[in-house]
Design a protein around this ligand. Structure first.
Ligand code: URA
Length: 240
């Protein structure tokens, strides 16, 4: 693939901007900076450097973000900064056939929810992960206002009725970690589901953190606001 096409596909700007970066010597591959826009490269396991920043070629981008509190999972946030401001420009600019450019969040977390959020530019992956048939379990660490009791845990496991659907929703797993902390696993993703389920059993969510999706656990060393690429092993943990 031509080097200017490679940079364009990875979100480094228009083809003209990408050609300019190469001609100005701002792009290097394996330590060599004297390159032409038409230089042909094998994209397999390719890593290149743009203005000193190393970047792996990815046909599709898959990443995880440790979402901090006080951010919105929207391109057009209403009150809080968008999570997309936490990502470098190339991830936001990757060209897409559809109307929206760049990577998109796989589902949404509330502005005050923290934790594991997946992002990708692979529309089929978003569809698969969001499909109710896929049932990928998501683990939430919940801090409650009122002390938890066995009856609340039993009701969450048995199923509670929310206001928009007569069919009860139930936790796939639920355990009280201590008096005010609950670990709750859900396989669906209704709007404000955890908060509404806790309200339905007479409690209230004071803090909400998503720690796991499928078998993929948010790494302890990924600080709030930081992101990293998903490895093939990480992706395998997202399949049922
Ligand atoms: N359930 C909620 O209530 N909020 C979230 O952000 C995620 C799940």
């Amino acid at each position: 693939m031509r080097l200017d096409d490679i940079l364009y596909s990875q979100g480094f700007g228009t083809r003209r901007v990408c050609a300019g970066l190469i001609q100005q010597g701002l792009v290097s591959v394996a330590g060599q900076g004297d390159l032409e826009p038409a230089t042909d490269l094998d994209t397999d396991a390719l890593t290149f450097t743009v203005q000193g920043r190393s970047w792996p070629y990815q046909a599709s981008a898959y990443l995880m973000l440790h979402k901090p509190a006080g951010t919105e999972c929207s391109q057009k946030p209403s009150t809080y900064p968008s999570i997309y401001t936490l990502l470098p420009a190339p991830l936001r600019q990757r060209p897409q056939k559809g109307a929206v450019q760049g990577v998109q969040a796989v589902g949404r977390l509330d502005q005050d929810t923290t934790g594991l959020l997946l992002l990708t530019d692979d529309g089929k992956f978003i569809h698969r992960m969001s499909s109710p048939r896929h049932h990928v379990p998501k683990v939430y660490e919940v801090t409650t206002r009122h002390p938890l009791d066995d009856a609340q845990v039993s009701r969450l496991l048995a199923g509670v009725v929310l206001d928009d659907d007569p069919r009860p929703v139930k936790a796939a797993a639920c355990e009280a970690v201590d008096a005010h902390h609950l670990r709750l696993t859900l396989t669906e993703g209704k709007y404000h589901q955890v908060k509404r389920m806790l309200a339905a059993v007479g409690n209230r969510v004071e803090g909400l953190h998503r720690s796991q999706i499928g078998r993929l656990v948010l790494p302890a060393d990924l600080a709030p606001g930081q992101w990293c690429w998903l490895t093939p092993d990480d992706l395998a943990k997202l399949t049922p």
